[in-house]
Ligand binder design. Sequence first.
Ligand SMILES: Nc1ncnc2c1ncn2[C@@H]1O[C@H](COP(=O)(O)OP(=O)(O)OP(=O)(O)O)[C@@H](O)[C@H]1O
Length: 647
Amino acid sequence: MNLDGGAETRHVKRVLAAIAHDAAVSNPKSGSKRNRVPRTIEASWRRCVLSHGIEPHKVRQPVILSHVEVTPLRDRFDVLKSIFAPELDRLHERLAKLDYVVLLANADGITVDVRCSDEIDKEARDSGLYPGVIWKEDFQGTNGVGTCLATGQPISVVMDDHFAIHNTPLTCTVAPIYSPDQELIAALDVSTPRPTDHQTQQLVMQIVANAARRIENQLFMAHFQSGHAIVALSQDSRFSDLASATLLAMSSGGRVAAWSPAAKTLLDPVIERSTMEYRLQDQVDLFIRTRAEGEEPIVLEDVTSGRFFARCLSDGETVQRQKSGPQARAKPRARQEPTSKQISEVIVGADPVMERNFALAARIVDAGLPILVTGETGSGKEVFAKHLHRISARAKGPFVAVNCAAIPETLIEGELFGYRPGAFTGAAKSGYRGKVAEANGGVLFLDEIGDMPLELQTRLLRVLSEMELTPLGGAPIALDLLVISSTHQDLEALVAEGRFREDLFYRIAGANLTIPPLRARRDRRLFITEMFEGLCDAAGRDLTLTPEVLHLFETYPWPGNVRELQQILRYAIAVSESETVELTALPARLTAALEPRAASSHKTETERLVIEQTLKRCHGKVSAAAELLGISRSTMHRRMKRLGVKR
Ligand SMILES: Nc1ncnc2c1ncn2[C@@H]1O[C@H](COP(=O)(O)OP(=O)(O)OP(=O)(O)O)[C@@H](O)[C@H]1O
């Protein structure tokens, strides 16, 4: 790189002036867009000096990890090779002719994978565009990868936007990649050593951001598609590209269990969640129905006041990862209801609370008492309610579930008690007799009863007291059904707050059974291994859990209970390539939540490597290494002592 002393002085002055808010120097041709320092860049320069303690004239050379050090870091992404690699190839194919290099950096800013053509290989290497280079902002100052990771936002760092003078020949456009748990896991970068400008980079940004979105969406589908219906929302009715779609995972209860990382910002302010859930559930039902009839699933318009089209991509029973977008739909598989073995062995297991629940259930189920099942979300309340139905005298009758939280207040009355033909816009032409009437002779399962609006509680109370239903415009019909209600809320507290009718509470809680959270089950280990084996059988895999994974599973608090366990197991089974399920096959939130020490030791390890490498480069000279790292000699000594690094 040939930069004369004058250029260096000008660059340093410009950076310092911007930090000091000296507009005249930082924007010499004020009004000229070309010279204006973008705000994000200015903020990063300020961060470099004030937070990272780097000075623009003490430029560090990049710190580089060896092949041996980079391999394990890259292996983490290898688990998801089938998702990352094709996108890197595709991006490179598009941009290679324009002399761009494609890089993937991990959350620590270390380049773990690179695509570069032979023509610019040497230049790319000279500019530090190869595996093992650490691009963290606090090491290298403002740069594409480092600043993207520092802010969590896409960014273009064009030539002298860079903080370090040796990086100014480069231009980097980078988009962050978030995991299905909304964790920042990587940065996708395209860099060129050729001169360019911000305007051109805006176009490049579109391409990079789309590639990052496609990766996020594929990770999301791999994570959620077993067990959830996946619905895509797009402003483009043709759904021509997975990148243009926003994905939602719908639980079997019809709730939105998760949004793809980009969805949150896009949707939150726009729509009322429960209304959307109700309409999306329609789309899932439509998908299942039309597919069963061999038709192309229909696109439902206007699920969100005209802004988006919805299209169900899978109904939660497909296990194969969709490789090339919405059109390549995986073949459906038989539904994974818990088997009778799971009901008798996994559910009962050796947990004393569940054993009591089962014994009690057998005694009360036909005693004419309404049953209230309580427990944390995902703990298996509905599974238990279905078990009650199965062992009851009404087993041959229907089991009709109504999710009181998923249906908008305005529609729930019609849903429960029926409506006349054409009663409201969108009502079925033939009218609807309602879930209560449908459940007659069987079980009516009122899920999330704590969310039922007060007015409706009054009507429900009347129906349950009289056990009689008068359909609109029809004669009263006598009801013979078992009402099982469920909630994760403290109903008695809701009663005390006046949000739930006390008389209804007594009417539905003839008997109360509580499902323990997964973390409190004494048979947790057995439960986990049995469920794992069942899911392995269903997936046709013969896998074992390593002791570390089993230990993690036993100690993790499982806030999402059995539902969360099921998803994690399905994901681990899908991504495990060898015969064992290793810690690397688990989502980061699991390992991170439980092993703060391991996470920080990973950080410390990176720091140690950096200090060792720098010392090596400086032939063991502490002052020179400190200078190169941009820290004082005493800080360097302190760090060496803390990390046990010898000269
Ligand atoms: N004992 C079990 N055996 C096998 N699978 C189970 C068991 N308990 C729960 N599951 C699975 O866990 C998931 C959540 O279960 P379920 O819907 O019954 O929970 P819930 O407590 O009703 O949840 P929510 O509070 O969200 O309504 C389902 O996919 C279900 O199949």
